[in-house]
Design a protein around this ligand. Structure first.
Ligand code: DGT
Ligand code: MG
Length: 407
C-alpha cells in the first residue's frame, strides 16, 4: 500500500538542536521566502517585538528545513511545530500561487533594497542604516558625499572595500587563510591549533567571513598568541583592518549575564587576500584549493613582496582599481583548552542552532550553556567537556555533526 508523504504523521521535536538540519533540504521555495521576511522584519525598528517577529519567520523556516520531504499541503504545515499564523499564510500563498505577493512587494520595495545595501557596509547595523534610509539616502555615493556623516574607522573601510566584502568568501580562500594563520601560529607556539569554524565547518562552500578558532592543548599556552600573530601578519602587510577585544570571561557571572555574546579574546579583521594565491596550483599534498604556506610555495606572501602593492583605497576609485588583493573578513578567536569544546560548538553555529541549544539547556535541563562552559546551578557545577560529543552528552541531546546544525 503506498502512502502519500504528506499523510505520514510528522513527529518533529520543537527545539532545532534536537533535529537534523542539513544545508540541502526539500523546501527551499518556502524557506527562501520566510528568511527574506525574517531579514525584512529585522530591518524594522521596534526592539524586542521586531526581533521576535523576525525569529518567528526563522523558526518556521527551520522547521521546513528539517522536514524529510517537500511540503505539499497546508494541513500538514499546520501540524508542524513553530509555524505561526503569518508564516502559515505565506506558505499557503506559495502552495496555491507558487509565490507570495507580500514577499514580492518587499523585494520590489525601496526600503528592503536600501537596507540590504547599507547593512552590507562593514560596521553598519540596522539602526544606522534605517536612519540613513529615513533621511532619504539610497546609494553608497549618497553616504560618501554627505558632509554631515562621520564614519568610524571600521565603517570607512567598510565603504572603501564594499565590493570586496560583499563578494562571498569561497571555501578555497577560507582554507588558504586558515593555513596561513596556522603556519604563523605554530611558528610562535608549536602544537597550537587553528580550526576553520562557522558556516564552512557546517559544509557551506561560501560565507561572509572566515571564523578561525585558535587554541592550544596546554591551558595557558594560548596567552599572548593573538597579539604576536597579529604583529607577524602586520609586518607582512596582510591586514587592511584589525580590532582586538580582550578576554573578559568571568565564570562567576555566568548565571547573571545574558551570554548571547561571548567573552573570548578576539580580533575582527580584514585580510588582504592576494588574488594570485587562488590561481596557484595546489600541491599534491594539499587538499583541493589549499596552498600550504611555507618556503616550498613561492606564491605565498613574504615580507615586502607583492602583497604590499595594494593599499586600502576607494572600491570604485583609482587607487584600488588595480590593487593586487581582495579584502576578506576574518575573525580570530582565542579559546583556552578547558573551554575549547564549548567554543567549538558556539563558533560552529549556526546562530539559530546555538540559540535553540541555549534555550533547551535552560528550559529542559535547567542549565546555562555558553560558548565557554555549561553550568548546572542546582549542583553549582561547571561541566567540563573535552569534545563536542561531551557537550551534547551533558545536554542529553543526540550528537549532531556540524553539517546537521544548519538551522
Ligand atoms: P557566514 O559567515 O555568513 O557564512 O555564516 P556563519 O554561520 O559563519 O556566521 P558568522 O560568521 O556570523 O558566525 C559564526 C558562528 O559563530 C555563528 O554560528 C554564530 C557564532 N558567533 C558569531 N559571533 C559570535 C559572538 O560574538 N559570540 C558567540 N558566542 N558566537 C558568535
Ligand atoms: Mg562565518
Amino acid at each position: 500500500v503506498s502512502v502519500a508523504t504528506e499523510d505520514i504523521p510528522v513527529r518533529m521535536p520543537s527545539y532545532e538542536c534536537q533535529r537534523i538540519t542539513a544545508l540541502k533540504h526539500h523546501n527551499h521555495r518556502f524557506t527562501t521566502a520566510l528568511e527574506l521576511l525574517e531579514e525584512h522584519a529585522g530591518y524594522q525598528g521596534g526592539g524586542q517585538r521586531a526581533d521576535s517577529r523576525a525569529r518567528g519567520f526563522r523558526r518556521a523556516s527551520c522547521t521546513l528545513k528539517s522536514l524529510s520531504h517537500p511540503l505539499t499541503s497546508i494541513e500538514q504545515a499546520g501540524k508542524l511545530p513553530n509555524i505561526g499564523p503569518h508564516s502559515l499564510a505565506v506558505i499557503k500563498d506559495i502552495l496555491e500561487d507558487g509565490y507570495s505577493q507580500e514577499v514580492q512587494d518587499i523585494c520590489d520595495g525601496d526600503f528592503y533594497n536600501t537596507m540590504q545595501l547599507f547593512t552590507g557596509i562593514f560596521g553598519i547595523g540596522c539602526s544606522t542604516a534605517r536612519k540613513w534610509y529615513e533621511k532619504g539616502f539610497r546609494t553608497l555615493d549618497d553616504i560618501r558625499n554627505d558632509s554631515t556623516i562621520t564614519l568610524r574607522k571600521d565603517q570607512k573601510i567598510g565603504l572603501e572595500l564594499y565590493q570586496d566584502l560583499n563578494t562571498p568568501v569561497t571555501l578555497a580562500e577560507a582554507n588558504i587563510i586558515q593555513e596561513l594563520v596556522k603556519a604563523e601560529v605554530q611558528r610562535l607556539q608549536p602544537g597550537a591549533t587553528v580550526v576553520l569554524t562557522g558556516g564552512f565547518r557546517r559544509g557551506k562552500t561560501e560565507g561572509h567571513d572566515v571564523d578561525l578558532l585558535i587554541s592550544h592543548p596546554t591551558e595557558g599556552k594560548e596567552t599572548g598568541l593573538l597579539s604576536a600573530v597579529l604583529a607577524r601578519l602586520r609586518r607582512k602587510n596582510l591586514l587592511a583592518y584589525e580590532s582586538t577585544t580582550a578576554n573578559t570571561y568571568d565564570p562567576s557571572t555566568v548565571t547573571k549575564k545574558e551570554y548571547t555574546l561571548d567573552h573570548f579574546e578576539r580580533c575582527f579583521s580584514i585580510f588582504k587576500f592576494d588574488k594570485s594565491w587562488i590561481s596557484s596550483k595546489p600541491t599534491s599534498q594539499s587538499p583541493p584549493g589549499v596552498v600550504k604556506p611555507g618556503t616550498s610555495n613561492p606564491d605565498l606572501p613574504h615580507q615586502g613582496d607583492r602583497v604590499s602593492l595594494g593599499t586600502a583605497g576607494g572600491s570604485d576609485g583609482e587607487s584600488t582599481a588595480e590593487k593586487a588583493w581582495v579584502g576578506r573578513r576574518v575573525d580570530l578567536i582565542i579559546a583556552p583548552a578547558s573551554q575549547y569544546a564549548y567554543a567549538l560548538v558556539g563558533w560552529t553555529g549556526s546562530k539559530y542552532f546555538n540559540r535553540s541549544a541555549r534555550l533547551y539547556a535552560e528550559r529542559e535541563m535547567n542549565m546555562k550553556l555558553t560558548s565557554h562552559v555549561l553550568y548546572d546551578p542546582v549542583k553549582n557545577q561547571y561541566l567540563s567537556a573535552s569534545s563536542e560529543e561531551d557537550v551534547f552528552r551533558h545536554l542529553q541531546l543526540p550528537y549532531r555533526e556540524p553539517t546537521e546544525r544548519n538551522c
